[in-house]
Design a protein around this ligand. Structure first.
Ligand code: C2O
Ligand code: CU
Length: 525
């Protein structure tokens, strides 16, 4: 795919860093206030390399973890303090990154959050350094997060029109964790025994700098840069270090897993053959823990898991990845590089008796009522060729600027069916909280492409055990109709839904939707 030459770096020599928890500037009974600056700085990603120039929040890549209580009124001032030239090659042929626009635009989205549209990080609500220039929508200096959700693990990342892939790859991503009393009542491993794992793939040049492809293969004549259809790095990073290790005590740990990669799917397993006890999905706790030996996470998906290292003293356990790059059907990961994520070393002695628990049940999950569905939408995931001969991924054959077609009513429940006729799985994300997966129904994608007939070819496939809970990102597989049910609640206005492979998102696989108070409402702010 590129002229990039892989680096040969020693594995498991970097201790796993734990992103700091961000301290608010002000906090009282009424509200909490943070200021978060985006800056460029140097950081060592691996000790055998020169420091890498990256972008981060508050001088940290990944960004510091934001920890809030359910219902806490949080205000964040996001500040763009980045230099005026982008760290990575901009492709001005991509819609939303046109030459007239400044290169270093930013806007931050808290992924999964229920917020007003003006605080959601709408892609066109971007701003440049010190707000010198701003996009056409919702430009607010201070974002408000009311955090009406129950305990869950969200994340925040850049969402700027046409350059999200570059801003996120440069380092603009971090965890956002919501807590509540109900979660605390279960006594999951906590404090030093609860650790976020932000997993990403990257490629690095010999001088330590970030590698991002400048051109498609084959290069398009006359274009200095052009978007790659997908990006896959040859190194795995966790919390900003290449193939790190973590020393653990022989006890239970809770890991907040996040796939923050551009396009890579991770199918995670432990070399010891141990189980992950999954307790939560994207949107919070599940009904009961499930034990699984393999955990599939597409870009933006999270899993809340407990791993029990009791009686494993002296062991070294590797966290493996076995998912093919392009999912499914692409090349298998190289077992020496992309097939390895990190290592756990059960080398510490137990400092306290482990009184944490894996409860038998976390309580029933309120299922969305399918009889309340007021609107069924068939949404096709397809693609076309642009005039450079590149694949452009589309939603319902529409581009970003086409009129808004999805206008759910405030308070209504809708069924969205993603009919995937492309050759690969897309992680589909809908803003404004969570949804539930109903099922996936196999259908004849070729027939659909030919004459629009929906011919079902098999019985509905129920959700995988690890998807039975609140979700905000769901794998929509080729040749399947992935059906989700979502309640459009709390706020009206303009949001987005998109594929979370960020190269696809930047190149037309993203659409606005509008939550309206009544069906005559017109799409404006
Ligand atoms: Cu994680 Cu619209 O994004
Ligand atoms: Cu996609």
């Amino acid at each position: 795919m590129s002229q990039h030459k892989s680096l040969n770096l020693t594995k498991f020599v970097e201790p796993l860093p734990i992103p700091p928890v961000l301290q608010p500037l002000r906090k009282d009974d009424n509200f909490t206030y943070y200021e978060i600056s985006m800056t460029q700085f140097q950081m060592s990603l691996h000790q055998e390399l020169n420091p890498t120039t990256v972008w981060g929040y508050e001088g940290s890549y990944p960004g510091p973890t934001i920890e809030v209580e359910s219902g806490e009124q949080v205000y964040i001032k996001w500040l763009n303090k980045l230099p005026s030239t982008h760290l990575l090659p901009i492709d001005h042929t991509v819609h939303g990154a046109q030459k007239e626009l400044p290169d270093v635009r930013t806007v931050t989205h808290v992924h999964g959050a229920i917020v007003k549209p003006e605080s959601d990080g709408y892609p066109e609500a971007w701003f440049t350094k010190d707000f010198a220039q701003t996009g056409p929508y919702f430009v607010h200096e201070i974002y408000h997060y009311a955090n009406p959700m129950q305990a869950c693990g969200l994340w925040y990342h850049d969402h700027t029109m046409g350059i999200t892939r570059l801003n996120v790859y440069a380092g603009l991503a971090g965890m956002y964790i919501i807590r509540d009393q109900r979660e605390r009542s279960f006594h999951f491993p906590a404090g030093p025994y609860e650790i976020p794992l932000v997993i990403q793939d990257k490629s690095l040049n010999h001088d330590g700098s970030l590698y991002y492809p400048r051109q498609t293969d084959p290069p398009v004549a006359g274009l200095e840069t052009s978007i790659v259809p997908e990006f896959f790095g040859d190194l795995n990073l966790v919390n900003g270090k290449v193939w790190p290790y973590l020393k653990v005590e022989p006890r239970k740990y809770r890991f907040r897993l996040l796939n923050a990669a551009s396009c890579r799917f991770y199918q995670l397993s432990l070399s010891s053959g141990q189980f992950f006890y999954q307790i939560g999905t994207d949107g919070g706790l599940m009904e009961h823990p499930i034990g699984i030996q393999q955990l599939l996470l597409s870009p933006a998906e999270r899993a809340d898991v407990i791993i029990d290292f009791s009686n494993m003293e002296g062991q070294r356990i590797i966290l493996h990845n076995t998912a093919p790059a392009v999912f499914p059907g692409g090349d298998a990961p190289d077992p020496r590089t992309t097939g390895i994520v990190m290592e756990f070393r059960v080398e510490q002695s137990l400092t306290h008796i482990d009184i944490s628990a894996i409860p038998a049940s976390m309580g029933a999950l309120p299922l969305l009522d399918l009889t309340q569905i007021s609107k069924y939408r068939n949404l096709v995931l397809d693609s076309t060729m642009d005039h450079f001969g590149r694949h452009v991924m589309l939603l319902d054959s529409k581009m970003w600027d086409d009129p808004i077609s999805e206008k759910p009513l405030l308070g209504s429940t809708e069924l969205w069916a993603f009919l995937n006729i492309t050759g690969q799985t897309h992680p589909m994300h809908v803003h404004l909280g969570f949804f539930q997966l109903i099922d996936r129904i196999p259908f004849d994608a070729e027939r659909y492409q030919k004459d629009g007939t929906i011919l079902l070819t098999g019985p509905p496939i129920p959700p995988d055990p690890e998807e039975r809970g609140w979700k905000d990102t769901i794998r929509a597989n080729h040749g399947e109709i992935t059906r989700i049910v979502k309640h459009f609640t709390t706020y009206t206005g303009r949001y987005v839904w998109h594929c979370h492979m960020v190269e696809h998102e930047d190149y037309e696989m993203m659409r606005p939707f509008l939550v309206v108070r009544d069906s005559t409402e017109q799409p404006f702010e």
